[in-house]
Design a protein around this ligand. Structure first.
Ligand code: SF4
Length: 438
């Protein structure tokens, strides 16, 4: 899976407003000159006045998975850095661009860092000026840092940005794990209760965004909120990168507008819906959906269910949150329970082994899912999944157990027919592949 081959064809347009791509308008592996030719120089002031105002009006959400409002995190850091009667001044803010991308099915961040590192750098520098930040870091695996190091060497305005080599684990990209790594050298998540915007690295206000989010910050700082909202929908403005993997002609990264139809995105990747059984949206902590009529959106599309999904990422009324921007295609004839069991086994092995329910509960869940996938025929397996899920949900210092349970529940719902066949000792997908079941 090469970052070189994964980029969409790029049409160079005026000032980065290419019809083909916003984030790759500089072209493949863009150096600083190509970057400036595509996007122009950064303005001294954001178009509407302040970067905070533009971010709020843009509606930009984080592109790393959780989908928090980029402006709310920015505003929280801005508030925390100001001395007030309740809190002593804790030092200049710290900004971190997180490209760890521990999700095994994602390679959009690697693709972005390879091709458009200068956008990430611009986003950090724009926020540093607005927030008076004292330290900036780009955190990613060693191979992903190479193009970033080359980009930093090209410019004199980015010497204060340091590179941090992330370990290759699933939880290393969790925001609190990133800050923990910076402090202790161990990329282990911390308790959920801590708010990094108030007290992150060494007690300083700390803003951690995914690298793609920082690239969008750079574009909002350049062109403003109205430009950002010209793509996407009112509920999910702008564009995002998605990694498309699985039963596809070739694994690609696509830049798609918010509110895109899942069928349209798959068609762009050369995949017809008649060849698809289901799609895992959002990655190993995401959920399985049937793609027909499904829309990728961070908020309920107009006319959709107003209350939104019951849990982050869960599909509801024809829309699903994109999470980490992963679309993993399960072809017709492939067994969704077998695929899920493999993923849960991997996730159980990626527990950071700090919390008992996660350390012991996830391997137990993986074992039950393996037995279900194997068609053991034991009738109480689904009840056992429910019992174990209740034991681990909400019981970790991070969301690792909750994300794992969400994946399992979506599989049991989406592959309900398969579950019935497996409990009877047979595989529906295999029968379909043989033409025995219609
Ligand atoms: S919930 Fe699991 S992955 Fe998260 S901190 Fe606890 S042991 Fe580590």
């Amino acid at each position: 899976m090469s970052a070189d081959t994964a980029v969409e064809p790029v049409e160079r347009g005026a000032a980065g407003q290419s019809a083909a791509s916003r984030l790759f308008a500089g072209g493949a592996n863009a150096g600083h000159a190509a970057h400036l030719a595509a996007y122009g120089t950064m303005p001294r002031r954001a178009p509407g006045g302040s970067l905070a105002q533009e971010l709020e009006a843009s509606g930009l959400t984080g592109r790393g998975g959780a989908g928090f409002s980029a402006w709310r995190k920015f505003a929280a850091v801005d508030l925390s850095r100001r001395p007030n009667r309740y809190a002593r001044r804790t030092g200049a803010p710290v900004l971190i661009a997180n490209g760890a991308e521990g999700e095994p099915l994602s390679f959009k961040d690697a693709t972005l860092l390879h091709n458009a590192p200068h956008l990430v750098i611009d986003g950090l520098l724009a926020a540093a000026e607005a927030l008076g930040a004292g330290s900036m870091f780009i955190y990613a695996g060693a191979a992903r840092l190479e193009p970033v190091a080359a980009a930093l060497a090209e410019r004199a305005d980015a010497r204060s940005i340091a590179l941090l080599e992330a370990p290759d684990t699933f939880v290393a990209g969790q925001a609190s794990a990133v800050v923990n790594f910076l402090e202790t050298g161990r990329a282990l998540p911390r308790d959920l209760a801590g708010r990094l915007a108030e007290s992150g690295f060494k007690g300083r206000p700390t803003l951690v965004h995914n690298v793609e989010t920082w690239a969008h910050v750079a574009l909002v700082a350049r062109y403003g909120a109205d430009w950002f909202r010209a793509e996407g929908t009112a509920e999910d403005p702008g564009t995002r990168l998605v990694s498309v993997t699985g039963n596809v002609p070739s694994e690609v990264v696509l830049e798609v507008p918010g509110g895109a139809g899942l069928g349209d995105v798959l068609a762009s990747a050369g995949v017809g819906l008649d060849a698809v059984s289901a799609v895992l949206v959002g990655g190993y902590h995401g959920c399985w959906v049937r793609p027909s009529g499904m829309v990728l959106s961070t908020g309920a599309p107009s006319g959709g269910a107003p209350s939104g999904p019951p849990s982050p990422g869960a599909p509801s009324a024809g829309w699903v949150r994109p999470g980490a921007g992963v679309l993993h295609v399960l072809g017709v004839g492939r067994c969704g329970l077998e695929a899920t069991a493999r993923m849960v086994d991997y996730l159980a092995g990626e527990s950071a082994r700090q919390c008992g329910p996660c350390m012991f509960g996830l391997p137990a869940l993986a074992d039950v899912m393996k037995r279900l996938a194997a068609g053991s025929g034991a009738p109480d397996l689904v009840r056992e999944v429910e019992r174990l899920s209740a034991l681990v949900s909400g019981r970790g210092a991070c969301h690792h157990p909750d994300g794992t349970v969400q994946l399992i529940h979506s599989a049991l719902e989406t592959f309900a027919d398969d579950v019935r066949w497996h409990l009877a000792g047979q595989c529906l997908a295999a029968a379909r592949a043989d033409g025995a079941a219609q």
